[in-house]
Design a protein around this ligand. Structure first.
Ligand code: MN
Ligand code: MN
Length: 287
């Protein structure tokens, strides 16, 4: 008991010292609108992915930079989920070091950069390189091939990148985002025409690429702040080189993506709020 009292007194004393130090330094009081790095999977695990290696269609892979569900036999992620705030952004250059992901279970086929060579499809990022520039290590993680899907070049380089860029504009405007994206179906049209797989069937070319972006003003307790008035941007784009350049023309509802994929997106948000948010199409600014 006496020990506990002494410990409590020491904590109080340290507290007094800390408070007086910050007073003398005129340090600004901590505020709730300081950007931090939050949990990448905060809005829920859309497919109930697990870390059990026998779960080869829906394998959960957690990295410091993003969390994903991987499908061994498609050779691509089902979905990737990440938090984006200014706390993730720095000055690291684009590393361009596409690498097989040795974080996958032993014995699983490792997709390599040559799986894509000459295919007419880009190595399309799910979590973009430019969202993880805090360090060389963070940026390199986005080039792991478990984060990559075969994307029609005009989709990747024009349409898809447009929303990626707009997400960082939203961060510059004082927001933090939760982003979940992925792909589904089989068969796309790249710069060499139609294909359903690459690398002798080991990598599936998806039919469509989707993304859901939840926009919150920078703050704390993010999940609790998601309300029926929260901006949610959802897009669903054909993986076809004939897509138009405007990502905004592919806006849709979360419900439609959920129906197409069988996932429950934003699953930690109350069902009553999900019901409203997931049924509406974003009409907000696009740049
Ligand atoms: Mn890209
Ligand atoms: Mn949902």
């Amino acid at each position: 008991m006496r020990y506990v009292v002494i410990r409590l007194l020491s904590f109080l004393l340290i507290g007094v010292v800390v408070v007086s130090c910050s007073d003398t330094n005129n340090a600004p009081a901590p505020t709730t609108n300081t950007s931090i790095r939050d949990e990448n999977l905060a809005l829920g695990n859309p497919s109930g992915a697990t870390t059990d290696a026998s779960n080869y269609t829906n394998y959960l892979l957690v990295k410091p930079q993003y969390t994903l569900s991987y499908h061994r036999d498609r050779g691509i992620p089902n979905w990737v989920s990440w938090h984006l705030s200014s706390a993730w952004l720095g000055t690291a250059d684009r590393q361009n070091n596409f690498t097989a992901d040795n974080g996958l279970p032993t014995g699983w086929y490792r997709v390599t950069t040559s799986s894509y060579t000459g295919s007419g499809f880009d190595r399309g990022h799910n979590c973009p390189s430019a969202d993880r520039t805090g360090s060389i290590e963070d940026n390199s993680a986005t080039f792991l091939l478990s984060n990559i899907m075969p994307q029609a070049p005009n989709n990747n380089q024009r349409t898809w990148v447009g929303l990626e860029n707009y997400c960082r504009t939203l961060v510059d405007q004082g927001n933090e985002l939760y982003i979940i994206c992925g792909s589904y179906g089989k068969g796309g049209v790249g710069s060499n025409g139609a294909a359903s797989t690459l690398d002798n069937g080991r990598v599936t070319v998806p039919d469509r690429c989707w993304k859901v972006v939840v926009v919150l003003p920078v703050g704390s307790d993010d999940v609790k702040r998601v309300s029926t008035s929260t901006r949610v941007i959802a897009i669903d784009i054909p993986n076809d080189n004939s897509v138009n350049t405007s990502w905004a023309s592919y806006r849709t509802t979360v419900d439609i993506i959920e129906q197409a994929t069988g996932y429950d997106l934003l699953s930690v948000v109350s069902t009553s709020v999900q019901k409203i948010l997931e049924a509406s199409v974003d009409t907000g600014p696009t740049n």
